[in-house]
Design a protein around this ligand. Structure first.
Ligand code: ACO
Length: 428
C-alpha cells in the first residue's frame, strides 16, 4: 500500500475510501465524497481555532515550533537579526531573494520617496480625540489611505500592487509617529528622508526644536532588529485576517486595516502593551510568586507567555533579550527587567508552565525596550504593526498569484433550531 495515501472506513456505512496525502496533509474537500446517502452533504472537518488546518501553501516563512526554529525564505532569524537590515529583510520576504547592492539602493530610494502623507490624512488624524489610542488612529488612518489611492483596487495588476507595497512600507512609520505625537499633544514631525528607515521613525517620534534630529545609533539599530524579528510569522491571526480580506480582492489598505485590528488584541500583538501593564501591576520582585499563584489558579494569564506554535523557547525572545542589554547600556537598566527575569525564572521551573510548554514569546521583552526608549505602552502594538505590515503584504501578494486560492469562506456546524413557521405579532 502506498505511503502517500490514507485509507479509512466509514463505520456508518461500512464503505472504505482512499485519500491522497500530500505534504503531510489530506485535502478537506476529499472528505466531501464520504456520505451516508445521496442526500448527505458529505463529511467535513471541524477546527474552530484552526489548530490543525493548513489554509495555504506558502514559501515565505518556516517555523518549527517544537525546535524553536524561525526562518524567512530559508534564512535563520538569528542570522538576519545579526547581519541584515529591516529593509533588506522586507525585500527578501516580498521578493524571495536578498537584494544585491544596486537592488537594495533603489529599493531604499523607492521607499524613501513615499514617506509623506497627504495633508488631508494629517487633518483626519488631527480630528481624533486628544487621548485617542494610537492603535485606533493607526487602523483608521491605514484604512483611509485607500481613499487617497483608488487605483489600489486593481489588485490583479502586478505594477499597481508593487506601488501600494512601497507606499505602505513608507507610510506606516509616518502614521505611527503622528499617532504618538497626537497622544502627547505635540506637533506632527514630517519625515526626514536623509535618515535611515528607523532613524527617520525616531526623528518623527522624538524631534523637538533641534534643526536636524540625530538618531541615537543604538536605538536605531535596536528598532531595526525588533522590526526584523516582527516582520513575518506565517499564518498567525493577523496574517490570516489579511489573507481572508485579501481573498475577496479588497484593496490592500482595507485588508491591512483589518489585519492591524486583529493584531491589536491582547492575545496577539497587543500582548506587549499588556505585558508592561502587568509588570507595572506586579510592581516588585517580591510580588512575583503570589502573581504566579494567581495565574495558576486561572485568575488571568501570564501575558507574553505561551504560543500556539512554539512549544519551545521563542527564538525571537532570545534575540530581544540581547537587544535589551544593548539599550540598557545607553538608558540605564529598566527596573521592570528584574520583575520580568524573575517571572521567567519561576515560570520556567514551575510544573504548570513546564507541562503546558509555556515559554516567553516575542512580546515578553519588547515592551521593556520600548519603555526604555521613552515610549508609552499604547505605542507598542503600533510599532509591531509597522514591522508586520511587510509580512502582511508578502502574504497578500502570494495569495493573489496563487491559482488555488478562492475567497475565504469556512463552513459551520449549524446547531440552531430547525425550520419554524413565522406567526405575525397580532396572531401570536
Ligand atoms: N498564562 C497561563 N496559562 C496559559 C497561558 C498563559 N499565558 N497560555 C496558555 N495557557 C494555558 C491555558 O490556560 C491552557 O491550560 P489548560 O490546558 O489547563 O486549559 C493551556 O495553557 C493551553 O492554552 P491555549 O489557550 O489552548 O493555547 P493557545 O494555543 O490557544 O493560545 C496564546 C496561545 C493565545 C498565545 C496563549 O498562550 C496566551 O493567551 N498567551 C498570553 C498572551 C500572549 O502573550 N500573546 C502573544 C502571543 S505572540 C504573538 O501573537 C505575537
Amino acid at each position: 500500500m502506498s505511503d502517500t495515501t490514507l485509507s479509512l472506513t466509514d463505520n456508518r456505512t461500512g464503505k472504505s475510501y482512499t485519500l491522497p496525502i500530500e505534504h503531510g496533509t489530506i485535502r478537506a474537500m476529499d472528505l466531501r465524497q464520504i456520505k451516508v446517502d445521496e442526500d448527505d452533504f458529505g463529511l467535513m472537518s471541524y477546527d474552530p481555532a484552526y489548530m490543525n488546518t493548513a489554509s495555504t501553501k506558502s514559501q515565505i516563512t518556516f517555523i518549527d515550533g517544537g525546535k524553536g526554529i524561525l526562518r524567512y525564505r530559508g534564512y535563520p532569524i538569528e542570522q538576519l537579526a545579526e547581519k541584515s537590515t529591516f529593509l533588506e529583510v522586507a525585500y527578501l520576504l516580498l521578493f524571495g531573494e536578498l537584494p544585491d547592492q544596486n537592488q537594495l539602493e533603489s529599493w531604499i530610494q523607492e521607499i524613501t520617496t513615499h514617506t509623506f502623507l497627504h495633508e488631508k490624512l494629517k487633518l483626519l488624524m488631527q480630528a481624533f480625540c486628544h487621548d485617542a489610542h494610537p492603535m485606533g488612529m493607526f487602523i483608521s488612518s491605514i484604512s483611509a489611505l485607500a481613499t487617497f489611492f483608488p487605483e489600489a483596487r486593481d489588485v490583479d495588476d502586478p505594477e499597481i500592487r508593487r506601488k501600494q507595497i512601497l507606499r505602505v512600507i513608507a507610510k506606516v512609520p509616518t502614521i505611527a509617529a503622528f499617532s504618538y505625537r497626537h497622544l502627547r499633544g505635540l506637533p506632527y514631525v514630517y519625515p526626514d528622508n536623509d535618515l535611515s528607515y528607523t532613524g527617520n521613525l525616531l526623528n518623527m517620534l522624538f524631534k523637538m526644536s533641534e534643526i536636524k534630529y540625530q538618531p541615537n545609533p543604538t536605538f536605531e539599530r535596536a528598532l531595526d532588529v525588533l522590526f526584523i524579528l516582527h516582520a513575518d510569522h506565517e499564518q498567525n491571526c493577523s496574517t490570516s485576517t489579511m489573507r481572508a480580506i485579501g481573498s475577496s480582492k479588497a484593496d490592500p489598505y482595507s485588508a491591512l486595516a483589518g489585519a492591524a485590528a486583529a493584531l491589536y488584541g491582547p492575545l496577539h500583538g497587543g500582548a506587549n502593551e499588556a505585558v508592561l501593564r502587568m509588570l507595572n501591576e506586579i510592581g516588585s520582585v517580591e510580588n512575583v510568586p503570589s502573581y504566579i499563584t494567581r495565574v495558576k489558579e486561572g485568575e488571568f494569564r501570564l501575558m507574553g507567555f505561551g504560543h500556539r506554535v512554539y512549544k519551545n523557547y521563542d527564538p525571537r525572545a532570545n534575540i530581544i533579550k540581547q537587544t535589551a542589554d544593548q539599550i540598557f547600556e545607553v538608558t540605564g537598566r529598566n527596573p521592570l527587567l528584574d520583575i520580568a527575569l524573575e517571572l521567567e525564572r519561576i515560570a520556567l521551573e514551575d510544573e504548570y508552565f513546564v507541562s503546558r510548554k509555556l515559554y516567553p514569546n516575542v512580546d515578553f521583552y519588547s515592551g521593556i525596550i520600548y519603555q526604555a526608549m521613552g515610549l508609552p505602552v499604547e505605542m507598542y502594538p503600533v510599532l509591531f504593526a509597522i514591522a508586520r505590515a511587510v509580512g502582511w503584504l508578502a502574504q497578500w501578494q502570494e495569495l493573489l498569484i496563487d491559482p488555488e486560492q478562492r475567497i475565504a469562506r469556512p463552513r459551520q456546524i449549524y446547531l440552531g433550531t430547525a425550520m419554524r413557521e413565522f406567526v405575525s405579532l397580532q396572531d401570536r
